[in-house]
Design a protein around this ligand. Structure first.
Ligand SMILES: *Cc1c(COP(=O)(O)O)cnc(C)c1O
Length: 371
């Protein structure tokens, strides 16, 4: 991750800040470890989705600015922002008034980032109302507009037209504000895809998630940066058995052996985050060789056809995701096999899977290693 963060840092240059997005437990990698690795590579700030995630980072000793991307609207949440020095996202006037009231009662002036909805139809103030909202907040002495941002709906698309439309709307609001109000605030728009694709989208800061974990957000962006996947998922073979041709394997016998076969039971399953939809559509690596997974993936175990790998022995570690010799399996491959996206695969790994540093990476059952 440190390596990937350095690459991004070089790409955006010294005048653009790098906000590392470590929501959803650092995209499944462990948020504290991910944040510290990103910091070592030059990240200036962090973003998370929820208050609990932000407080979790503070408790793990991270002192950099933390932006909460999700919508906070309770009095206790305002107090928590003040207490833990967190940057809330403001999308509505009601929310701004509440934050102002609570902050000014505490004698504080809380820095906030205003989110503009320029085409995502999710969080954020509709962009046509953005100038009015921000002008109103400028009159609330409990709040200080430190940042103005928006989120792109299709920055990873080959066709840039939606991104261009969102950028025009963003520029329109920012220009209207800087005409009337010279005060400087931090403008940010780019996610990983935008940060990799187009420097005109960088503004004062980029908010990068997926790329820091070593994955390009789209096939056409692969190779733009020499990213290295931070995560590998491995598990142990616990039992090997030889079965005759025609043997039904796992629940509902969704696979039958076509020949006398050597089956390996591997101690990882869908409860760890291996999508059950990959049943009969994935494989594992052992010493650089790809072995097909067979039958339904179960909650805690999956079966592999090891007939062609006589060297595979009980206790061997196989690779489900990541590198093994010159071979590798990526979250993109998994996501394509089960009609989802790499983000969904990464943050689907459960807390049962121990997160280990790559250096000491042998363990029983499944494991997720990070470098
Ligand atoms: C998750 C998220 C990001 C990071 O997106 P990546 O594509 O993973 O880089 C950036 N901004 C917002 C608002 C997000 O929710």
């Amino acid at each position: 991750m440190t390596h990937n963060t350095r690459l991004l840092r070089q790409r955006i240059g010294p005048h653009v800040k790098l906000m590392a997005v470590v929501k959803a437990n650092g995209y499944g990698h462990g948020d504290g470890a991910a944040a510290k690795a990103a910091r070592a590579g030059g990240a200036d700030a962090f973003a998370v989705a929820s208050l609990a995630e932000a407080v979790g980072l503070r408790r793990q000793g991270l002192r950099e600015p933390i932006l909460v991307l999700g919508h906070l609207s309770l009095i206790d949440e305002v107090h928590a922002c003040l207490r833990w020095r967190l940057l809330p996202t403001i999308s509505t006037l009601d929310q701004a008034r509440l934050f102002h009231t609570v902050a000014s009662r505490s004698g504080a002036c809380l820095p906030v980032h205003v989110n503009l909805d320029t085409g995502m139809a999710r969080l954020g103030v509709p962009w046509r109302e953005g100038v009015a909202l921000i002008q109103a907040i400028l009159h609330l002495d409990g709040l200080q507009v430190e940042g103005v941002y928006s989120h792109l709906a299709a920055a990873d698309a080959v066709d840039p037209s939606l991104t261009q439309q969102q950028q025009q709307r963003f520029d329109h609001v920012v220009a209207a504000l800087t005409n009337r109000q010279p005060a400087r605030f931090c403008r940010h728009l780019a996610n990983s895809a935008a940060a990799m694709a187009d420097s005109s989208l960088h503004y004062d800061m980029v908010r990068v998630g997926l790329a820091l974990y070593g994955h390009a957000p789209a096939e056409h962006l692969e190779g733009r940066l020499a990213l290295r996947p931070a995560m590998a998922v491995r598990a142990r073979v616990t039992i090997l058995k030889t079965v005759p041709a025609g043997t039904g394997v796992s629940y509902d016998h969704r696979y039958h052996t076509k020949r006398p076969s050597r089956l390996a039971v591997v101690a990882i399953g869908y409860a760890d985050g291996v999508p059950r939809l990959l049943s009969n559509h994935m494989g594992v690596l052992h010493r650089g060789r790809w072995l097909p997974q067979v039958g339904s993936i179960t909650m805690d175990q999956l079966m592999v056809d090891a007939t062609d790998d006589p060297q595979l022995h009980t206790g061997a570690v196989v690779t489900l995701l990541g590198h093994d010799g010159t071979a590798s399996i990526s979250p993109l491959q998994w996501s394509q096999a089960c009609s989802t996206i790499p983000w969904d695969i990464l943050c689907g790994f459960s807390s049962r899977l121990p997160r280990l540093r790559a250096a000491r990476s042998t363990r029983h059952g499944g494991q997720l290693t990070i470098n």
